[in-house]
Design a protein around this ligand. Structure first.
Ligand SMILES: Cc1cc2nc3c(=O)[nH]c(=O)nc-3n(C[C@H](O)[C@H](O)[C@H](O)COP(=O)(O)O)c2cc1C
Length: 476
């Protein structure tokens, strides 16, 4: 059996999970560095198709993408992608990236292949050269790419699937079936659809791989939960086995679960850890847990350890552009940092942690919906499906039957987040503006090395988290 299919043993869970961070913040480099250091590295599966084709259009300078594509078991599929998207020497810096079609329910075969190969490539590279834990993070709210993404990740032997941003009841069953190479389907959330009218996306592994393909390893499944009720529902009602839980506090970077009472978080939004422990599943605490004291405190509640995002996002190996990482650190150290829990920014309607950058001065990346990952699917009067994003130009959204007030305060997360990792679309010769998400608690920066000239490495973050807690110091 090839090395990448050997699962690390679940009798020895890691203490630290490096949280999945989209888009492209936790890329294969970061996940690999963490997994090599004996902890769990998690790649973000968000927008990997676009990330792959932009890296290829940039000429794939270090050859990593071509290496991963070369390792894809079905050469013709990988070659079709190389032929279509690889630009030797890279496109001109002021030329826009070519775009793939926007995600839709009836996905073309080539788009499905791109999704499979892109997810394979990221997991393959993250797993290269070691046998540690590698996971993939997907968001429940982004439904259309989910099935081909999981298949690509499983072809590369992914160990764990972590899913946040919703209630992923269907996913464990999908993993069971997909591992047997059986067809799978996912019920879609469709705005305005009659309950009696169910819409779904389907995926047939057999249309992409020959009958001789061996069954795949079924990865572990860890949903991200923010309440004991949600955890209990997932464990009892999910379509298959839930193997562990990530219990996330609302201070975490990225999207957060909405507060129970409108508009503000309170103690009611903090999970009861006794009730989580009573579910008898391994669990990890996330959100403001980046200190040795927090790790110790987590363990004392029965948790295996912590899931940490922001500290790894600031590390050398993360996908965030170095100038932006330096600005985050500089803003924190000068005491000027202001992380906002923005209840309007995300088209998903979930609260989203956002940090203003100097260069942006409050401006948004753009209002051109040309990536479309966060578009809402809606049912038209004739029963067919349409797509609209409240962060797109208001006129278009309203023309498609959306309410104008839904557009207020929205940000184009797709384009803004890609600009943050240096893959922003070029409009009028310049990259669109970046959009940064980070957690509320950056106090790890007080005790972790790094600065303008030397960012901490992922290894530094791990070493710090595993160091002896300072007695008397309260957890973050
Ligand atoms: C830049 C960034 C992007 C994130 N993106 C995602 C994501 O795509 N999916 C997800 O489930 N969690 C996401 N998160 C949350 C992390 O996986 C992790 O749970 C969280 O960062 C832990 O809290 P901390 O930031 O205080 O360490 C993101 C966090 C950050 C900082």
């Amino acid at each position: 059996m090839e090395d990448r299919f050997k699962a690390p043993t679940a009798s020895h869970w890691p203490s630290i999970i490096q949280g999945g961070m989209g888009a492209g913040v936790s890329d294969w480099r970061l996940a690999r560095a963490v997994a090599k250091a004996g902890q769990m590295g998690v790649i973000s599966g968000t927008a990997l198709d676009t990330i792959l084709i932009r890296r290829l259009q940039d000429g794939d300078p270090d050859g990593a993408m071509r290496r991963a594509l070369g390792a894809f078991p079905y050469r013709e599929m990988a070659e079709r992608i190389l032929n279509e998207w690889y630009t030797e020497g890279g496109k001109a810096p002021d030329a826009p990236y070519r775009l793939k079609p926007l995600p839709e329910v009836e996905m073309g075969r080539l788009d499905e292949e791109l999704m499979i190969v892109a997810n394979f490539a990221e997991v393959y590279l993250a797993k290269e050269g070691h046998d540690g834990w590698v996971g993939i993070n997907l968001l429940e709210k982004i439904q259309l790419p989910t099935l081909p993404s999981l298949f690509g990740a499983m072809l590369a032997g992914v160990d764990v699937v972590i899913m946040g941003g919703g209630i992923p009841l269907a996913i464990p069953g999908v993993l069971d079936e997909m591992a047997q190479l059986r067809p799978v389907a996912l019920k879609l959330h469709v705005v305005g659809a009659d309950r009696s009218h169910e819409h779904k996306v389907e995926f047939h592994p057999g249309t992409h791989v020959p009958a001789s393909q061996d069954r795949l390893k079924r990865p572990c499944f860890f949903p991200v939960v923010s309440s004991e009720t949600l955890a209990k529902t997932l464990v009892r009602k999910a379509s298959g086995r839930v193997d562990g839980l990530i219990v996330e506090h609302y201070s975490a970077g990225g999207h957060n679960a909405p507060p129970r009472r409108d508009g503000a978080y309170s103690d009611r939004d903090v999970c009861s850890l006794e009730k989580i422990a009573a579910l008898s599943l391994p669990f990890w605490l996330a959100g403001g847990c980046a200190s040795p004291e927090s790790l110790q405190a987590a363990r004392s509640t029965g948790a295996e350890g912590v899931q940490v995002g922001s500290a790894f996002a600031c590390s050398k190996e993360s996908g965030i552009a170095t100038s932006i990482k330096n600005e985050i650190i500089e803003q924190y150290r000068s005491g000027r940092i202001k992380v906002i829990t923005d209840f309007r920014a995300s088209p998903t309607d979930y609260p989203f942690k956002r940090l203003e950058l100097k260069a942006n001065k409050g401006a948004d990346a753009c209002r051109v919906c040309d990536l479309g990952y966060l578009r809402h699917i809606f049912e038209k009067e004739d029963g067919t499906l349409g797509y609209r994003c409240p962060a797109a130009p208001k006129k278009n959204y309203v023309l498609k039957g959306g309410r104008p007030e839904d557009c207020e305060g929205r940000r184009c997360l797709c384009n803004g987040l890609l600009a943050t990792i240096g893959l922003g679309q070029i409009r009028r010769g310049r990259s669109v503006l970046p959009l940064v998400t980070i957690g509320d608690d950056l106090s790890f920066l007080d005790r972790l090395g790094g600065g303008a000239s030397a960012l901490p490495t992922a290894g530094d973050v791990i070493e710090y988290l595993l160091s002896s807690p300072e007695s008397g110091r309260a957890p973050n």
